[in-house]
Design a protein around this ligand. Structure first.
Ligand code: ADP
Ligand code: MG
Length: 237
């Protein structure tokens, strides 16, 4: 796969660069990134396409480190998100609800329990795996995005401001797993805690109540945060 110089860098994630080129978006991974993870990401995307959670299709290219994607004519919600704009948190809250109410039956996404131990040391496994098992035993499982934050929600380009019915597209489904919804809320908690104390405060105030309303107990949320924190540490190392 050769670009002719007209590609434009439109996004940078933790792993990959994303360029716009000839009407499509391309996600370009570094050579050392395992190709089988890219294959996994393609299958995840197909699963969320089929579950009705994303219209963005992924296509293979002749380079196993470059994924072709339908281009979203959008901007990450991050550009608009700040603690002063409650609408950005309203979109985040709505995104959780949209994902969690999708029918997980027959969806080709692994259960969190099946992958959570990967890369964790024995001590961490002893903490994380029983938490997942315990909470999965007492709560209903659903599709969880597990990387839900303002960079992974795209809204239309060129809006002067957000409104109640701003359309959005959730991207970056690589981490998605079948698990109780509490893990999705916990994962975002851990991410916001790292990046913005101010956003975390609004998150606690505006978004966590929707989880308490679902009947989640505080101690169970605290356990889910502990598990997500340890899994996040592994990712960063
Ligand atoms: N299909 C797409 N169309 C337009 N922009 C995209 C698309 N996919 C990703 N992007 C942009 O690239 C950024 C990184 O992509 P993402 O899939 O989130 O990668 P990472 O896994 O590295 O976080 C996104 O935050 C977004 O700005
Ligand atoms: Mg991302």
């Amino acid at each position: 796969m050769e670009f002719d110089g007209t590609e434009i860098l439109i996004g940078k994630g933790a792993q990959a660069d994303v360029v716009e080129y000839q009407g499509y978006a391309y996600k370009i991974y570094p050579k050392e990134y395992p190709a089988e993870w890219i294959g996994f990401e393609m299958r995840q995307q197909k699963a969320v396409n089929e579950a009705g959670l994303s219209p963005v299709r992924y296509y293979k290219t002749d380079d196993d480190h470059i994924l072709k994607m339908d281009l979203i004519d959008g901007t990450p919600l991050e550009k608009y998100a700040n603690a002063q704009d409650p609408l950005s948190f309203k979109i985040l809250a709505d995104a959780f609800t949209r994902v969690h109410r999708a029918d997980p039956e027959g969806v080709d996404i692994p259960p969190l329990a099946a992958t959570a131990g990967m890369g964790l040391g024995p001590e961490e496994q002893k903490i994380v795996l029983p938490i997942i098992e315990r909470l999965s035993g007492k709560m209903k499982s659903c599709i969880c995005h597990l990387d839900m934050h303002f960079l992974n929600i795209m809204i239309p380009k060129g809006l002067s401001r957000l409104s109640e019915d701003t359309e959005y597209t959730i991207i970056d489904w690589m981490n998605s797993r079948i698990a109780p919804a509490v893990f999705d809320y916990a994962r975002t908690y851990v991410i916001l805690e790292e990046f913005s104390g101010e956003a975390l405060a609004v998150y606690k105030d505006q978004i966590l109540p929707q989880m308490w309303e679902l009947g989640v107990k505080e101690e169970d949320f605290a356990d889910a945060v502990k598990a997500c924190f340890l899994m996040r540490q592994r990712e960063k190392n």
